[in-house]
Ligand binder design. Sequence first.
Ligand code: HEM
Length: 231
Amino acid sequence: MDYSTLMLRWVHILAASIAVGSLFYSRFAILPAIEESLDEASQVRMHEAIRKKWLRWVGGMIFFLLVSGLANFLVLNARAKGWGGGDWMKQTHYHLLFGIKFLLALSVFYFSSALIGRSKGTAWVRENRRTFLSLTVLLVLATVLVSGWMRQLHTGPNESSQIDAGASMPESSDSGERSPRQDTGVQPLTPDEKPASDANALPVSDGVDVAKPSSGADSVPDAPSESTETK
Ligand code: HEM
């Protein structure tokens, strides 16, 4: 197992979870509760009290998301050099998606900081707190959707679905890394095609190039298939 990549994912996903959760909670619980139950002067005091408690969390989230996100991106770029004959990034438009995601994330960072901050330059955001908090919720949702899309481009089948198909991911030949999922738009196999090079190849399952389990370290033990479980 690659522990450094795992650490990066943990940091990134934890920071993202706190960011998404806190934005939803602020928009749909805290803000309406404050507006409904406090007079103007108390609302100002409450927002100031929240600012003091939450500011360092926002700073921390931005820091950890940026550092882990950039590191993730660099690691993936290096790995993807061996995928799809070196053209995987181009074929999947990964960099375009990354650019969109990065801009979305930067706008989330901007509005989150403005909502919790007190600089005069960003007062216009706090004057329309409800609107900009709603906008930030939408932006962070879009960020997560694009992230999921990027992730989906290079994930293999779930372990359970590998087991269901009685199959393991094929290894890429040149780098020794696991190859990216084959249904990413990179020459997927049609149901009539069989992988040319693999004598053990099974028929294509769900558009994914699957092979019989090997007896090597990567093979997975038998488990009840989904169809058995659902019956
Ligand atoms: C609001 C801010 C952000 C949110 C909510 C967010 C959320 C996510 C989520 C949910 C994932 C999927 C994790 C996984 O399944 O492993 C992800 C992956 C990723 N994020 Fe972020 N992220 C944010 C900011 C950033 C930033 C600022 C960068 C870059 C500087 C970045 C770069 C990446 C990269 C490279 C991946 C891996 C995508 C892949 O697997 O192909 N993220 N992010």
